[in-house]
Every structure is written in C-alpha cells, then in structure tokens.
Design a protein around this ligand. Structure first.
Ligand code: NIG
Ligand code: FE
Length: 413
C-alpha cells in the first residue's frame, strides 16, 4: 500500500541521516521543509521532499491533500505507568485540602494505595482499564510509549502488569516498550525487612520476567523514603545480568546521587530531575544517558520544574515525557507536556519538539526507527489542523490541534 500526502504546509523534524539524539545548542534547530510531500509505503516513510520536486511516477493507491496542515513525527512518550487499576482522585482532593504527596504516602496512600487496588483487580479488568488510556494517548498523537510495572509489588502483581503490557503491544499498532519497576516502593509487609523485598525482586521476580521476555528495561525509584543509591545499584546490576537496561527515577524530591549511579551502570535514561545540583548536571556531560523531564508531574504536584535551560546550556540533550500515572500525573497528553515545557521551563518550540520526538525515541532505545521524518523510519505521524505556524502547537495550550494520527502508515480512529 502506497499513500501520498501532498501540499503539506510544513513538514517538521526532517532528518536526512539517522541521527540518534540531539544535544545542547542543536536542540534549538528544527529542520523543516515548507510546501512538502511525503510518501508512505508498507507502514514506513518511503520518500519526502518539496512539492516542486514531486515525482510524477509515484502511482499511489491513495493521495491525501492536506493543504494548510503540517506533518510531524508522532510523539515518543518514554515514561509512563499507564497500566494501573482504579484511580487516586480522593488523594487529589486530600492534597487540595492541604495534605502533601509525602504525607499521603506516609499514611499508606500513594503507590501502596495503587498496589492494593491493582492486586484486587483481575488481569482482564486491568487490561480493559489500561487500553482506554492507551487509545486516548494514541488519539493525542503518541506513536511510541514506554510503560512501567510497579503497582503490583508482589510477584503475581508485577507479572500481571507486564503481561497486560505485552498483550497491549500485540493488540495495538503503537510501539510499546516495557519496563520492570518492582522497586517502586517497599510494600507494607516488608517495611521492617527491606532486604527481604529486594531479595524477592532479584531472586524471584527478575528470573521470571526474563524467562518470559516481559520487559526490556529495569527501573528503580531512587529517592529518600523509597530506595537508597546502594539498593538502586544492586537492583540495576541484577537487572543488567538478566539483559535489562536501566532507566531510573531519580532527583524527584532530593538529589542523593541517583544520577551518578545511573550513569555508572550505563542507564539509557535518568528521569524526573526536578531537583538538580550543579554536580548532577556535570555528571551527565559526555555520557550516553538521556535526561528526561516530566513537566506534567511538576505541574500536578506543584514541585520544581527540571532546569532545562541550564542543562541544555551545559551541552546536554533532554527528552520530554508524560509520566502518566494515577498519583503524580493523571494525564498522558504530550501536547500539554510540550506547552508546559515552553511556559514553565522556557524551552522554545523547536527544543520541545526535538525533546518529544527524537530524544524521546532515544530514551526508549528506538531512535533508529522512530522520532523523525527519515526515509525507512516508521510512518508514525501527526497531521495537524490548519495552523499558522508550528508555534501554535505549544502556544495554544488546551486546544486540540491534531487532525489525524498515522501509526505504521494507517490512520487511527
Ligand atoms: O513517576 N515517583 C515515582 N513514581 C511515579 C508516581 C507514583 C505514584 O504516585 O503513583 C512518578 O511520579
Ligand atoms: Fe514515573
């Protein structure tokens, strides 16, 4: 099947050679072609160029005229927890009434609340609840997503989440990567026996997950009150032995050395980064580890935003993701993420589009196939509504500027 899209007002994020990530000052540059065409064949980007050079012998089965609209790669959301049961709307109201996220967690709410709900929910019901969120983010323009476990905190619960993620990735065309986050919190029954829970992760959960090929990445919530740097290292090392690459939660509330630990173990990404010391930025220089900011989480919890400008000035790359989860970010809207990054982190439209496409793809290990308009990459695309310039995308926050989403060359409903 060959589809031709013509009269594209501006084709965004065009990269001739397959660049894997964008760093520092380069993030301010977004290559585009005005008045362009694009050819999709067998789910991939087969050709593109300026309308002036449109070949006459293309013979497409389908031709779409998108006069006035723009085309860009679908968003790459490299950090979510969308497989969860129920919600935490009561905690949201408790926070409005004055309790902090930490106080709620200390009362047995937070992650442990979600874990209890998840363990009471059967696999089919969990799948049905989660697919609603997956379909929603696809309509919002996400073409690749990472999904974490971490609301089971029992062998059966963690496996259940990872099996649901696997079934979602079989049933839907969106690219899905799975991350094992057994080390999300210490469950109540292990409060006096942390070592017992870490042993359970390493000796029971990891072998089972690896045997059934249920995850590609290993995550740990490295934070005061959750997992120490030493425990994080121990769990990352064990994950690596089972073939999982680390992608870890660090520096959300405190800077305790998680970034340095991640880099030491070649983490693909270090995520959150709301609280950054100068030495944290220094440590990330000249590494292959992608820093990932989650501005919707900062918004929802009213915590600091990742210091994007300082990090990019230091030459670092940056990716943006949603963190979609029931506690700290009940939203999977990448369009809101890019607006918030512009408004609150003072990133430019060019920088946020780079961060939410190619750099997001890098943070999932898929930037050879996703995240830019490059021949041979997946035809995962957003067609916008008619817009005056791509500045509209972050500027008109709250408006839905997406006309159509293509995933693997097919329009999704
Ligand atoms: O990324 N910080 C750790 N985990 C999630 C939130 C967990 C929750 O509150 O359910 C996050 O923000
Ligand atoms: Fe998270």
């Amino acid at each position: 099947m060959k589809t031709l899209i013509i009269n594209i007002k501006e084709l965004l994020q065009v990269r001739k050679s397959s660049i894997l990530k964008i760093s520092g000052a380069e993030m301010a540059i977004l290559p585009t072609i005005k008045n362009a065409y694009l050819v999709i064949q067998n789910g991939l980007i087969a050709d593109y160029g300026s309308m002036e050079n449109l070949p006459e012998d293309l013979n497409p089965e389908k031709c779409i005229d998108v006069d006035g609209k723009m085309v860009l790669p679908a968003w790459c959301d490299s950090h979510t927890h969308i497989v969860y049961a129920g919600n935490r709307e009561q905690e949201f109201v408790d926070r409005i009434n004055g309790l902090s996220y930490e106080e709620i967690a200390n009362r047995g709410g937070g992650i442990l609340n979600s874990a209890q709900k998840l363990n009471e929910t059967n696999e089919e019901e969990l799948y049905n609840q989660s697919k609603v969120r997956l379909e929603e983010i696809m309509r919002l323009g996400t073409g690749a997503v990472e999904i974490k476990s971490g609301y089971g905190l029992t062998l059966e619960g963690e496996l259940k989440i990872l099996r649901v993620i696997k079934k979602l990735s079989k049933d839907y065309s969106i690219t899905i990567k799975a991350t094992f986050l057994g080390a999300h919190a210490i469950p109540q029954e292990f409060k006096e026996n942390r070592k017992g829970y870490i042993d359970l992760i390493i000796d029971k959960m990891l072998p089972e997950i690896a045997k059934n090929k249920l995850a590609q990445f290993i995550d740990v919530f490295c934070e005061t009150g959750y997992f120490t740097v030493l425990e994080t290292e121990q769990i990352m090392k064990a994950g690596i032995q089972f073939g999982l690459k680390p992608k870890i939660h660090v520096n959300q509330f405190n800077s305790i050395g998680g970034i340095q630990a991640g880099i030491k173990h070649n983490a693909l990404s270090v995520d959150h980064l709301e609280v950054m010391k100068p030495e944290d930025i220094e440590a990330l220089k000249n590494t292959e580890t992608m820093p990932v900011a989650l501005p919707s989480c900062s918004y929802f919890l009213e915590i600091p935003y990742t210091p994007a400008r300082e990090m990019m000035s230091a030459g670092l790359p940056l990716a943006l993701a949603t963190d979609f989860n029931p506690g700290s970010t009940p939203s999977g809207n990448m369009n809101f993420v890019i607006s918030t990054a512009c408004i609150k982190m003072k990133m430019t439209p060019e920088e946020v589009i780079n961060a939410a496409t190619i750099n997001g793809a890098y943070a999932m290990g898929i930037s050879e196939t996703h995240g830019s308009i490059t021949i041979g990459k997946k035809a995962n695309l957003i067609i916008t509504k008619p817009i005056s310039s791509y500045y509209q995308l972050p500027y008109a926050f709250g408006s839905n500027l997406i006309d159509t989403v293509f995933i693997e060359g097919e329009v999704i409903a």
